[in-house]
Design a protein around this ligand. Sequence first.
Ligand SMILES: [Zn+2]
Length: 260
Amino acid sequence: MPEGHTLHRLALDHQKALAGEVVRVSSPQGRFEDAAQLDGEVIEAVEAVGKHLFYRFESGAIVHVHLGLFGRFRKHRQPAPAPRGQVRLRLQTEQACFDLSGPTACELFDPHEYTTLRARLGPDLLHPDASRAEAWKRVKKSRRALGALLLDQSVMSGVGNVYRAEGLFAAGLHPEIRGVDLESRDFTRLWKVLVGMLHDGVRDRRIITVKHFDQAEGRAVRRQRTWVYKQRVCLRCGDAIRVWELGLRTMYACETCQRR
Ligand SMILES: [Zn+2]
């Protein structure tokens, strides 16, 4: 599943290509029935919040997209080829064409539906005004494991399975520490690590976390992209990585480097 950096990268790219433009909107596959009523309108802005994308039209209409596990965008230059496969949504300007296929959600929102969804989402780590204090409040009152809380988009939004494993490792925290037992300074460290990693992800267009430890442990390490995620042994200490299910996803951690 795409993590927050992917959505913010898409929002930046789509904002650049679509904002202020008259946009042809269609649903080649036919499943987004509201496409016709948006066709020929101007898109004002494209926004990412956590793992959600919002396209605001001048009329006040908002298109909400959630990629889920299988959703993806393809970009074409004009003249764009005929839609391939099940394209739910096609957005076109004179220069560019974006095809969306396989999303979990692609739907028309009114401002009320937008506000309701926003209220459900915790602070977005990639948003410049994201409130660490607000996220901390939600973590601190929970008896759930930190590793599960990081994936709960109502606690904070943008972290997926790779960043949760890598962020907890880089902050030296065990995934099973309960929210209530976490120290404020540990949460602050974790928050900063995650914000840094997510911003790097937007810039790099992929997840490379190993450079977050510059006391580089030799050449072998630099070829790797992650410290513990999908690794067999810890790149720092060499101990075996523990792999188990936490918060319904596979967790990876080094129990030597990450204390409880
Ligand atoms: Zn280790």
